[in-house]
Ligand binder design. Sequence first.
Ligand code: AMP
Ligand code: GLY
Length: 416
Amino acid sequence: MAGMSVLVVGGGGREHALCLGLARSESIGDIHCAPGNAGTAEIATNHAFSEVADLIHLAFQLDVDFVVAGPEAPLCGGLADQLGNMDIPCFGPVAALARLEGSKLHAKQVMAQNNVPTADFHVLGKDSDVDSALDSFAGRPWVVKRDVLAGGKGVVVTDDRSEARQFIQDSILSDGQVLLEDFLPGEEASMLVLMDGSGFVCLPASQDHKREFEGDKGRNTGGMGAYAPAPVYTEEVRKKTIERIVEPMHKALSSRRVPYRGVLYVGLMIDENNDPYVVEFNVRFGDPECQITIPLIASDLGELLKAAATDKLSSQNVEFHDKCALTVVLAAENYPGSVDKGRRIDCVPKSTLESWVNHAGTKVENGQLVSNGGRVLSCTAIADTLGDAADKAYALVENIELAGSHFRRDIGHRAL
Ligand code: AMP
Ligand code: GLY
């Protein structure tokens, strides 16, 4: 199946990583990306579209062999359903299954039906007794989750009871209901599982760094850096995760009329007894987890993603590099708050086989590379040891010039 053409939907660091992986695939001919960024423009044809209707039209016009969905929003908006109606395979689930990310309550219900371990919770609405719910989880931080797609801003974890109560009340006012979840102590890991009607493939587990500053302080972000493999994901944890979480979820999701086809992101909390619990499901690759997971796949990425879009995953023999990968995100001034766009970016280092710069929020304006988002670049390296990968990734990020930008200096600290 040489020379397939593919449309990658999205325009962040994740999508640049996907395009780079596809560009290395012998099975792939043309790569299109919508909307893409300055990095994808170097290896793909960018198209300035983001709306589902425009993406469907584009896929049809380009006559692509398949579509790879980066972000969740188009999937929740029915991208895979509409492509399916036109017999264009989509890597990414139909809207009814994308609700696993679109509604936290729905995800909780699916987990309950399938005995998947997760935190206890209350659903609170305008007539609920908020104080007795807060009392029931007293003595540890309160975890409040909005039941809508909130672009990473829908969760508050706080020791401050009045802050928790305020967020609950604000969320009920705007969304009608909200989840109050029991706090799970432990260490987090991100598990990406390729899945279709025929089977599943677990990719190497990684660890993201969600807070803005070193030592996991400051505001929550989309992710300031990541590395893989994560040592917390031991063989014991792996076995338990597959048996208690991945197998039951695959059984439930593959028995649907249209099975889950794509990647299921399992956000794990691993407690002191090495027992894994689900913190969240996403229906897409993580960003920046994608940037460090894709390079660890030794097999042809194009063939693998096409297989998952067409229920042929079980026929794939997937191999991985026995290496470590690490990425450091360079963020714009004031990210994760509002940021200025259009600032010039200089001294971006050249790529090698071991280290390269993933573009996220970038574009080219009058021949000059400029910033175009909160997370601007992610500097990625792969090496035999995590320490070497960190050295190489930091050697890249330290030279880049972007006024006001910042990055965390402790990516990978738990494993180093
Ligand atoms: P989510 O968007 O559901 O992944 O939540 C964002 C972050 O909040 C997670 O990455 C965790 O760090 C934290 N978090 C969410 N739920 C819990 C929980 N039940 N216990 C502890 N921390 C949590
Ligand atoms: N890095 C976390 C996420 O993509 O949701």
